[in-house]
Design a protein around this ligand. Structure first.
Ligand SMILES: [Zn+2]
Length: 58
């Protein structure tokens, strides 16, 4: 079963959404706007996940 993880890009501020397994606590996704990869962590709040950039340093 999948659920929507919503996260805010730390680089450009865009809101992104990705589907993750309902049991997942971590995921990775790429910003649709600036293509920065982020590591996502499930937040206590529903739906919204914490995001931090991975890969290339700024
Ligand atoms: Zn972005």
């Amino acid at each position: 079963m999948l659920e929507t993880a919503e996260w805010i890009c730390t680089r450009c501020g865009s809101t992104n959404r990705t589907l993750v397994p309902a049991t997942a606590s971590e995921a990775t996704d790429e910003c649709v706007t600036c293509h920065t990869r982020h590591a996502l962590e499930r937040d206590p709040r529903p739906v919204r996940w914490r995001a931090k950039p991975v890969g290339k340093a700024a």
